[in-house]
Design a protein around this ligand. Structure first.
Ligand code: FES
Ligand SMILES: [Fe+2]
Length: 346
């Protein structure tokens, strides 16, 4: 096993996206593994979203095979019931229950279209640290969303998102235009993450932006994102007619622009698999479900290009090498984030 891809690179004291709100129902529990912990996720008939360790505290049967009941879940092996905080609520034929029989409980928070789980000590969970996605409740924006299960270490998936250098090579026909190879990136370290700004001035629009923006000539295009440790990216991107001042600070004029906000949330399943949740909001064709599907398909085909490369890279790193990784100039953002993650884990 390569020491480039260990579990110890995962930060436990953090909020991770664990599911979509509609995945949690009162009908059927959902089993999902996060940071190597097996979780059972469900909603009580009263509507509370719950995450518990997916092991019954009696004889470790999975609670995801259990039955959701008012106020908790019942293991369907011998019928022990656990409340939403993980405490034993009922043992058949044992009045008074069992004071020490409880399963671990994980704080959950539903916010802006995602369900977040806190993987650290439950008492340390502070929901105000979850990032905001104000577009979710703003009628001027319309979302597309998707999920990928990536067979690679989260560190490599994060590297890929933090790296603009691959756009013209991995995505020449989707999100990357060949002209983009010539533009450099401004990288600003933050306390827990990084801000990255990349502008392409007076260039032909990428194929997708041109098809939805119908620009008469060249555009000024941008990819600007904020990376939040451990692994959530909030991206502002778009194209505006060139010379109209889109770049002027702080927000510029975005008249006639096609704009997107995107959140990519990476959640380690274990050292070899990553959950990848994304929502992509657009500022045009708001009432057009066909556009929602088109945006979805466009993004998924770009991500499929990343996924193929990152999974191949993961397999190569796992098999070992005589050659160490070396950073190039384009790696500034991902190098910074890797250093920050190492520091936090230490
Ligand atoms: S294993 Fe769950 S009740 Fe026995
Ligand atoms: Fe990519």
């Amino acid at each position: 096993m390569s020491d480039l891809l260990p579990e110890k690179f995962f930060i436990r004291d953090a909020w991770y996206v664990v599911a979509w709100p509609q995945e949690l129902t009162a009908e059927r529990p959902l089993a999902r593994t996060v940071l190597g912990d097996d979780l059972v996720l469900f909603r009580t008939p009263e509507g509370q979203a719950v995450a518990l360790e997916d092991r019954c505290a009696h004889r470790l049967a999975p609670l995801s095979l259990g039955r959701i009941e008012s106020g908790g879940i019942r293991c369907m092996y011998h019928g022990v019931k656990f409340a939403t905080d993980g405490r034993c609520a009922d043992i058949p034929a044992q009045p008074g229950g069992h004071p020490n029989m409880c399963v671990r409980h994980y704080p959950l928070e539903e916010k802006d279209g995602f369900i977040w789980v806190w993987m650290g000590e439950p008492g340390q969970a502070d929901a105000s640290r979850i990032m905001d996605a104000p577009w979710h409740s703003d009628p001027h924006w319309e979302p597309s969303q998707g999920y990928l299960h990536v067979k690679a270490h989260m560190g490599l998936v994060a590297d890929n998102l933090l790296d603009f250098g691959h756009l013209p090579f991995v995505h020449p026909n989707t999100v990357g235009a060949a002209a983009q190879a010539d533009f450099s990136t401004e990288v600003t370290p933050l306390e827990e993450g990084v801000q990255t700004d990349r502008w392409y001035i007076d260039v032909p629009a990428s194929r997708f932006h041109q098809s939805v923006g119908n620009f008469p000539g060249h555009v000024d295009a941008w990819h600007c994102y904020r990376w939040h440790l451990p692994a959530v990216m909030s991206l502002d991107s778009g194209s505006a007619p060139t010379g109209t001042g889109a770049r002027s600070k702080p927000h510029g004029t975005r008249e006639g622009a096609v704009e997107f906000h995107h959140i990519a949330a990476l959640t380690p399943q274990d050292a070899d698999h990553t959950h990848y949740f994304w929502i992509h909001w657009r500022n045009f064709a708001l009432d057009d479900p066909g556009m929602t599907q088109r945006v979805h398909d466009n993004i998924m085909s770009a991500f499929a290009e990343d996924q193929a490369m990152v999974e191949a890279q993961h397999r190569a790193v796992r098999r070992g090498s005589h050659t160490p990784m070396r950073a190039i100039l384009a790696d500034r953002a991902l190098t910074l984030v890797r250093q920050q993650v190492k520091k936090r884990v230490a």
